[in-house]
Design a protein around this ligand. Structure first.
Ligand code: F6P
Length: 231
């Protein structure tokens, strides 16, 4: 049994100004989310591992193994738990407080946000003003529209970029937390929850929300938790 936790990074300075892409740091609010996420995932991990009988506090002794057996004497290996982020500052800062001994932390380029080419760093309003035809083309077909300029991507490009990572994720036997971005969260959730690509590109995946996807015999189940800044 395993769980996949998926979330966007905490609020960044660019989220505040409405600029897309870039490599901004977290705001104060984003840092509060990072801290809350660290303790929430820690708690959920402990509950899940206790319920699955794989808690690091309760090593499993196989029936019939004597104390002198070399297997019984092997040091207990707690179950692994992966934490994957993109290579961008805002996701890395979101997991800064995860203990690197307790978690297997990796920063992966394939999880970077959709690359907006020559529109990187602009607001949607600026794009509409400066490149109205491009803006309209994207609105008309977000799935196949590819941003202009070197390295500009479409959602279809993103799906392809993520494919090897999805294969790896499906092969893992342990749980994972993936801290990524808006377009990437949409793509991952759409794949895991069988959401049509037509809906995927506009699906609402707010900041400060964590999704828990759990494989079940007849498909994946998804629960959503929203961080409450009031409490
Ligand atoms: O606005 C945040 C952001 O992550 C941008 O960096 C990115 O270009 C955008 O969301 C993706 O969302 P959409 O496909 O709706 O423009």
């Amino acid at each position: 049994r395993r769980q996949f936790w998926i979330t966007r990074h905490g609020e960044s300075l660019d989220n505040n100004s409405g600029q897309i892409g870039g490599d901004a740091s977290l705001t104060q609010k984003g840092r509060i989310y990072a801290e809350a996420l660290t303790s929430f995932v820690g708690e959920q991990r402990a509950i899940f591992e206790a319920n699955s009988g794989t808690s690091s506090n309760s090593p499993i002794l196989l029936p019939g193994l004597s104390r002198s057996s070399s297997l019984a004497n092997r040091p207990y290996q707690p179950p692994k738990f992966s934490v994957w982020t993109s290579m961008l500052r805002r996701t890395i800062e979101t997991v800064e407080q995860f203990d690197p001994v307790a978690y297997d932390i990796r920063h992966i380029r394939a999880l970077n946000e959709i690359y907006a080419g020559s529109c990187e760093g602009m607001t949607y309003k600026e794009i509409q003003g400066k490149f109205p035809a491009e803006f309209a083309a994207r609105q008309a077909n977000k799935l196949y529209y590819r941003y202009p300029g070197m390295g500009g991507e479409s959602y279809a490009d993103v799906i392809q970029r993520l494919s090897p990572l999805i294969v790896e994720l499906e092969r893992t036997t342990h749980s994972a937390l993936i801290v990524t971005h808006n377009a990437m969260t949409r793509t991952l959730l759409a794949y895991m929850m069988d959401i049509p690509t037509t809906m995927m590109t506009t699906m609402d995946v707010p900041l400060h929300t964590v999704y828990c996807v759990e494989p079940k015999p007849f498909g994946n189940e998804c629960r959503q938790y929203r961080f409450n800044f009031e409490s």
